[in-house]
Design a protein around this ligand. Structure first.
Ligand code: ADP
Ligand code: MG
Length: 331
């Protein structure tokens, strides 16, 4: 089974940032209000995700590491995917290609931990912690040296981790996120922090936007709120004057998941077509929400692409929703 896990791992985890994504999504699914991510050497030697979510009971720890075991779906409900994870592959995949330790405690129970190194699972042992879950992943890809060669510099991998944390932070404004680089000796360095936002979804998102993209951007962003045939578009899009020289400030979400979908990016670009020169990119945080049956989020294990049942509808909604807001603002 460990060979199968290593193959599956190649699909789910391509680099440290994809491991971080899986672990943080698990923390979000567990209802965490505070999530701390630490990494060393671009995540190659250490990734640690600490959350204050519901925890995993000691009796379920071994199960959480077995393939296709998930607490999030019951098989009859494959199209109704509201939580991030549903494939039950992340933890076994990470345990197959690295040294993984899960330390967890459910309120009112004793804490416990389990380790799996290169696919070899150890016993469940008692552990002391206040609550929630700490997942530590060391030496990613030590068990698959060929994969190691494809990793980029520590700096580039760290950048990718920071990017995914900012995307997830944008999607979850009520959760506090902390990202620390703990390479070498010493206390480490805080790379990013977003304190928990208050208020309704628009107020919270606006506050989070200011924390992630800067106050100046947030103050020059237009609120977007549009609906068409069961598709809802909400979020913020920048005035053309606050466009950027790169596309990294484009945050797109479908049913709460960060996506990098060509169709949606193209629609965003199209909305600003005659307002921006070719080398400028509109900054935006846009959320498309719809009945899960109208969109397939399971196109690729890394889950960043989606397939709408009616692609024209999704693209059209973004173009018209943004054009209306821009026109109202005098553009
Ligand atoms: P999936 O998220 O697709 O269910 P994973 O392999 O990522 O699969 O996780 C397996 C199971 O372990 C989850 O279904 C969940 O029950 C449990 N789990 C993983 N991480 C956490 C966490 N941080 N807090 C609570 N439970 C967790
Ligand atoms: Mg998961």
């Amino acid at each position: 089974d460990s060979a199968i896990n290593r193959i599956a791992a190649g699909e789910v985890v391509e680099r440290p940032a994809s491991a971080v994504k899986e672990l943080v999504e698990n923390a979000i699914d567990a209802g965490a209000r505070q999530i701390t991510v630490e990494y060393a050497d671009g995540g190659k030697t250490l990734i640690r995700v600490t959350d204050d979510g519901c925890g995993i009971a000691a009796v379920d720890l071994a199960l959480a590491l077995s393939r296709h075991a998930t607490s999030k779906i019951d098989g009859t409900d494959l199209l109704n995917i509201h939580t991030f994870g549903f494939r039950g592959e992340a933890l076994p995949s990470l345990g197959a290609v690295g040294r993984l330790t899960i330390c967890s405690r459910v309120a009112g129970q004793d804490g416990a931990e389990i380790s799996v190194n290169g696919g070899v699972t150890g016993p469940v042992r008692p552990a002391a912690l206040n609550g929630g879950t700490v997942v530590t992943l060391r030496d990613l890809f030590f068990a698959t040296p060929a994969r190691l060669k494809f990793l980029r510099t520590d700096r580039a991998e760290a950048q990718a981790i920071s990017d995914i944390i900012k995307r997830l932070a944008m999607a979850e404004p009520f959760v506090r996120f902390t990202l620390r680089d703990v390479s070498g000796d010493g206390p480490g360095r805080e790379v990013f922090r977003a304190d928990a936002e208050q208020g309704d979804m628009f107020a919270a998102l606006h506050g989070r936007l200011a924390q992630v993209l800067g106050r100046e951007f947030a103050e020059n962003a237009l609120a977007i709120d549009a609906e068409r045939d069961g598709l809802h578009l909400t979020g913020y899009a920048a005035l053309p004057t606050y466009s950027r020289g790169s596309a990294v400030t484009q945050y797109l979400f479908v049913n709460g998941r960060p996506v990098r979908d060509k169709l949606l990016v193209g629609a965003l670009r199209g909305a600003y077509f005659d307002l921006l020169s070719r080398d400028r990119h509109p900054a935006a945080a846009l959320f498309v929400d719809c009945d899960p049956k109208l969109v397939d989020v399971n196109v690729h294990p890394a889950k960043s692409e989606v397939r709408f049942r009616d692609p024209g509808l999704a693209g059209g909604l973004i173009v018209s929703g943004l054009r209306h807001a821009l026109a109202d603002a005098g553009h």
